[in-house]
Ligand binder design. Structure first.
Ligand code: SAH
Length: 216
């Protein structure tokens, strides 16, 4: 299987054909080797139009979802971005091509350590990572120009809005456990936000102090 050809086809048919226009997002998705972020036995499916299991009952998001969320952040290359839910590390790797520095938080240690190894192998030196409950954000590194949550939240964690700079935006799936809607929430001044709805989506649960309770 030629992964470069599969990736190019993925970008053309799943991302550009569905209306993603941000050239930097398209280039990032052409560049990041998604097949390295899935389980080895699933490498041949890495460029399919679907999410895939990554172990620990978690998933790597569908490529289109990664592209839409990345585009919604409107990154220019100078930003500090916080991601909650590192998972495979794929979304963080895409963001590392789009922003100055990426901070990513994962609650499951085995996923975090696999992702960290991949970042090292690929030389993605602008990603900082920690194992923690990301629903409380990353206080010591706030404020962020953009925040992306890649797990489904019952509501918007206020800590995340607090850790945004004024003018910054948060992209987050909010809804029940079976279905969510992607929201973009812009902080227009302290205490005031403007929110827009984007596409429907289905993520694994955001588990933590300001998310869902429970193990999975
Ligand atoms: N962005 C990931 C998608 C991973 S799925 C990728 O590109 O592969 C969502 C991830 O969020 C899971 O790995 C899950 O363990 C993690 N997660 C859920 N709740 C979390 C929390 N409170 N803090 C940090 N990570 C969390």
């Amino acid at each position: 299987m030629n992964f470069d050809i599969a990736r190019k086809r993925m970008v053309e048919t799943q991302i550009v054909a569905r209306g993603v226009k941000d050239r930097r997002v398209i280039d990032a998705m052409l560049k990041v080797p998604r097949h390295l972020f899935v389980q080895e036995a699933m490498a041949a499916q890495a460029y399919n139009d679907t999410s895939l299991p990554i172990g620990e009952k978690q998933t790597i998001s569908q490529p289109y979802t990664v592209a839409v969320m990345s585009e919604l952040l409107e990154l220019k290359g100078v930003e500090r971005v916080l991601e909650i839910g590192t998972g495979s590390g794929y979304q963080a790797a895409v963001l590392s091509c789009l922003a100055r520095r990426v901070y990513t938080v994962e609650r499951i240690p085995s996923l975090a350590s696999r992702a960290r190894k991949l970042f090292d192998t690929l030389g993605l030196t602008n990603i900082s990572m920690k194992i923690d409950d990301g629903t409380i954000g990353w206080e010591s590194e706030a404020g962020f120009d953009a925040i992306i949550v890649t797990a489904g939240a019952p509501e918007v964690p206020t800590a995340l809005v607090e850790q945004l700079v004024v003018g910054g935006c948060l992209v987050i799936p909010v809804g029940d456990q079976d279905e969510q809607v992607l929201y973009r929430i812009r902080k227009v001044e302290d205490g005031t936000v403007v929110q827009e709805k984007s596409i429907p989506c289905r993520f694994v649960k955001l588990i933590g102090r300001n998310g869902w309770s429970g193990e999975q």
